[in-house]
Design a protein around this ligand. Structure first.
Ligand code: GLN
Length: 492
């Protein structure tokens, strides 16, 4: 059935419920689109039969009046979520053949809410990257292109497969994870929405770990409403994750309202960073106008430790990663490289040398260095202290405002290969995203418009702890006012 793959999750849900089309028709439509999308390299594993199985169950549930919130909706799953019996490679050769015997809490929650799974989505190796170029399966290509150019662009990272899939209409929504911007930056690069909830809202159980004190799952979809719907199904207390928050999950969709009367929007003066293109500055000002038009009152705020956020992140995240990735030793699971005549240490070395890619190795080296006896206090302890100061900046700022508006990323999508030789330029991509990650705050990217080359730019909203609703509502206010972005025409 044509046209189904252009629809939002809310439209699919409502059309399915009113009998306009069946769940099987939806699943077949997306399965077909997925099968014809190999040039994008967004899916590393396709599971059309799982999408169909959930669709048949949804059609039966409709007949018996037993519908669940996501009945009839197939989604794409970032390959970082353990999915029972289905490849979970985390974008790494290390886990190239790993089929977990268990299901992550978040993917299990989505299943329990009736969603089907179209397949597993490509990503940077162990979620380390901003362009999807560190992936063992080859990079994702964005469905977007600059006007008048066929040059291949990045969809952003690390949830680049998720972002590309939603923008290309090969998933109506997808899961992402965000450690330092990996939901928000790819959402901005591909003209879609993505929200990282408060740290602890979504269980990390069964998500392959990168940096445990930062990792957080969230939805990526075409609209703010779709994000609210998906997040409602993904979030929830989980005793299996000791950092999971035991608090009720609000009905975010029912709470959506773009009336921002009485809300104060903070604009951090330290986010006016040199070298950010004029177009992004303009969009930021425009975003503020839209929020003002929705009833909000702009206020200038100060987040004085902003300039330390990126170096702090690039100490803490690699430190935690080096510890988390110690488990890939060739003994318990994943790749094992035996060395002829060699001993245990030879196997460790050969396995890790072969199984990890260059960026992952760089992070492990940085991480072990900053945790080493001689440098622990100078780097790791110092970074923890700065992290506390960054958190305190936000706490103070939220005494005078209810949410914060910034750009999502310092540029539009860049070309594949453009930044791979310069890790610092690549890390700079996260400059606006990382402070909210360090503070554990909910933050969202919504499309704001197109740049001069016709590429999407995102606006970034940061909220108070546990206040996803205000973030979503401000996102809705922007979505209602921003020029509507047409997704790219199919060329793949
Ligand atoms: N780009 C950042 C990094 O490489 C963020 C990654 C993420 O959020 N998973 O660490």
């Amino acid at each position: 059935m044509s046209g189904l793959t252009d629809k939002t999750i809310a439209e699919l849900r409502d059309g399915f419920r009113s009998g306009e089309f069946t769940a099987v028709e939806i699943a077949e439509g997306f399965n077909e689109a997925v099968a014809a999308s190999d040039r994008l390299n967004a899916y590393v594993e396709k599971t059309p039969e799982l999408a169909l199985e959930a669709a048949r169950a949804a059609d039966a549930a409709k007949a018996s009046g037993d519908l669940k919130p996501l009945s009839g909706i197939p989604i794409g799953m970032k390959d970082l979520f353990a999915t029972e019996g289905v490849l979970t490679s985390a974008g790494s050769k290390m886990l190239a053949n790993f089929k977990p015997p268990y299901e992550s809490t978040v993917s299990g929650n989505l299943k329990a809410a009736g969603a089907g799974m179209l397949g597993k989505l490509n990503m940077d190796e162990f979620a380390m990257g901003s362009s999807n170029e560190t992936c063992a399966h080859g990079n994702v290509i964005s469905p977007w292109r600059r006007e008048g150019s066929n040059a291949a662009l990045t969809p952003g990272g690390s949830s680049g497969g998720s972002a590309a899939a939603v923008a290309a209409g090969i998933a109506p929504g997808a899961t992402g994870t965000d450690t330092g911007g990996s939901i928000r930056q790819p959402a901005a690069f591909t003209g879609i929405c993505g929200i990282k909830p408060t740290y602890g809202r979504c269980s990390r159980w069964g998500i392959v770990s990168f940096a445990s004190s930062l990792d957080q799952a969230g939805p990526m979809a075409k609209t703010v409403r779709d994000c609210a719907i998906m997040l409602g199904a993904m979030a929830g207390f989980d005793p299996k994750d000791s950092t999971s928050i035991d608090a009720p999950i609000p009905d975010w969709e029912a709470g959506l309202s773009s009336d921002l009367k009485g809300k104060r929007v903070g604009v951090p003066k330290e986010y006016r960073i040199d070298g950010v293109p004029g177009e992004i500055q303009k969009l930021w000002d425009q975003g503020l106008e839209w929020l003002r038009d929705a009833g909000a009152e702009p206020v200038e705020i100060s987040l004085p430790h902003t300039k330390y956020a990126l170096p702090t992140y690039y100490i803490i995240a690699p430190a935690e990663a080096s510890s988390n990735l110690a488990r890939y030793d060739g003994v318990r699971y994943g790749l094992r490289e035996m060395v002829e005549g060699g001993g245990l240490h030879d196997m460790y070395k050969a396995t890790r040398a072969d199984g990890f890619g260059a960026e992952v190795k760089r992070r492990i080296m940085i991480g072990t260095y900053v945790l080493s006896a001689g440098f622990y206090d100078a780097y790791f302890t110092k970074a923890q202290k700065v992290r506390a100061l960054i958190k305190e900046d936000f706490r103070k700022a939220f005494e005078t405002c209810d949410l914060i508006l910034t750009p999502t990323a310092p540029s539009a999508a860049f070309g594949l290969g453009e930044k791979m030789s310069d890790p610092l330029a690549m890390y700079l991509n996260d400059v606006f995203a990382v402070p909210a990650s360090l503070a554990g705050l909910p933050a969202m990217s919504v499309p704001g418009g197109l740049d001069d080359a016709g590429l999407p730019l995102g606006l970034h909203l940061i909220g108070k702890e546990m206040d996803e609703q205000t973030v979503l509502n401000a996102g809705l206010a922007i979505e209602e006012r921003a020029p509507k972005i047409d997704m790219p025409e199919k060329w793949w």
